[in-house]
Design a protein around this ligand. Structure first.
Ligand SMILES: NC(=O)c1ccc[n+]([C@@H]2O[C@H](COP(=O)([O-])OP(=O)(O)OC[C@H]3O[C@@H](n4cnc5c(N)ncnc54)[C@H](OP(=O)(O)O)[C@@H]3O)[C@@H](O)[C@H]2O)c1
Length: 216
C-alpha cells in the first residue's frame, strides 16, 4: 500500500511546511492540519491540488500515515488527546528533544542516553506503529537538499516495526531523499540532534547513500 497510503501532516511550522511542499513536489496527496484550520487552508491553497486541509481529528481519521511535525514536548499529550483516532496508524516522529540554552545554542532536555524516539514509543496508541524519521536534517537542508541531482541526499530512519519499512521509505523518497534505516528505536538517539547521524551532530551536513552507509 506504500505509494497510495494517505498522509496527514500535522503541525505546519518550519518542518511541517517543508515536508508538505516536498511531498507535493514528489507528487503525493497530503492532508494538512494545524492548531488553526485557517493555517492549514492557507498552505493547502498555496500548494495546489494535491494538498487539502482538515481539522486535526479529521485529518488523522483520513490518513494511513500521520507526520507529527509538532514539538517534542507536545507529542505525548497529542497522542493521548487523539488516542482513538491514532490507533493502527503509522506515526512519523521527526522530533528532537532540545530547547534553547543560555548561550544562544541548544541543549538536550532529556537524559544524555535517552532518545525522543524511545520516550515517545512508550505513549503509542494501540496498534499504532512508530518510525523516527524526517528529523535528521534542519528545516533549511530538508528543503534545499530535497530532490538533489545527480545524487540524492539521505534521510535516516529508525523503527522497531519492519512491516512499515516500505511505507516509511516511500514517504522519504517522495520527500526527495533516499532512505537509510539505522535499525530499531534503540538507534533513534543516533539520528536525533547531537547524534552521530544528525546534521546538527557529527554528521554535519546532508550526505549521499555511499557516505551514509559508511557511517551506519
Ligand atoms: N526546525 C527544525 O530545523 C527541525 C529539524 C528537525 C526536526 N525538528 C522537529 O520537528 C518538530 C517541529 O519543529 P518546527 O521547528 O517545525 O516547530 P514549529 O515551527 O514550532 O511548528 C510546530 C507547529 O505545530 C503546531 N502545533 C503545535 N501543537 C499542535 C497540536 N496539538 N495540534 C496541531 N498542531 C500543533 C504549531 O501550531 P501553532 O503555531 O498554532 O502553535 C506549529 O504550526 C519538532 O519536534 C522539532 O524538534 C525540527
Amino acid at each position: 500500500m506504500s505509494t497510495t497510503s494517505k498522509i496527514a501532516v500535522i503541525g505546519l511550522g518550519n518542518i511541517g511546511k517543508v515536508v508538505a511542499a516536498n511531498l507535493v513536489k514528489g507528487n503525493r496527496s497530503i492532508i494538512l492540519a494545524s492548531r488553526k484550520l485557517e493555517d492549514a487552508q492557507a498552505l493547502a491553497q498555496q500548494l495546489g491540488g494535491l494538498a487539502s486541509a482538515a481539522k486535526t481529528s479529521e485529518a488523522i481519521k483520513q490518513a494511513d500515515i500521520v507526520v507529527l511535525s509538532i514539538g517534542f514536548n507536545t507529542i505525548q499529550q497529542f497522542m493521548s488527546e487523539h488516542n482513538s483516532e491514532l490507533q493502527g496508524k503509522i506515526i512519523i516522529d521527526p522530533s528532537n528533544p532540545i530547547a534553547p540554552d543560555e548561550n544562544g545554542g541548544f541543549k538536550k532536555i532529556i537524559g544524555n542516553n535517552e532518545s525522543a524516539g524511545q520516550i515517545n514509543a512508550t505513549a503509542l496508541p494501540n496498534g499504532a506503529k512508530l518510525a523516527k524519521a524526517l528529523g535528521t536534517l534542519g528545516a533549511e537542508s530538508l528543503s534545499n537538499a530535497a530532490f538533489r541531482q545527480p545524487e540524492k541526499s539521505v534521510l535516516f530512519y529508525a523503527t522497531d516495526d519492519t512491516s512499515i519499512n516500505a511505507d516509511v521509505e516511500q514517504l522519504i523518497r517522495d520527500n526527495g531523499f533516499e532512505p537509510v534505516r539505522v535499525g530499531g528505536l534503540d538507534q533513534s538517539i543516533r539520528i536525533e540532534v547531537f547524534g552521530d547521524l544528525h546534521e546538527f551532530g557529527a554528521l554535519g551536513k546532508p550526505v549521499t547513500v555511499a557516505e551514509a552507509q559508511e557511517k551506519v
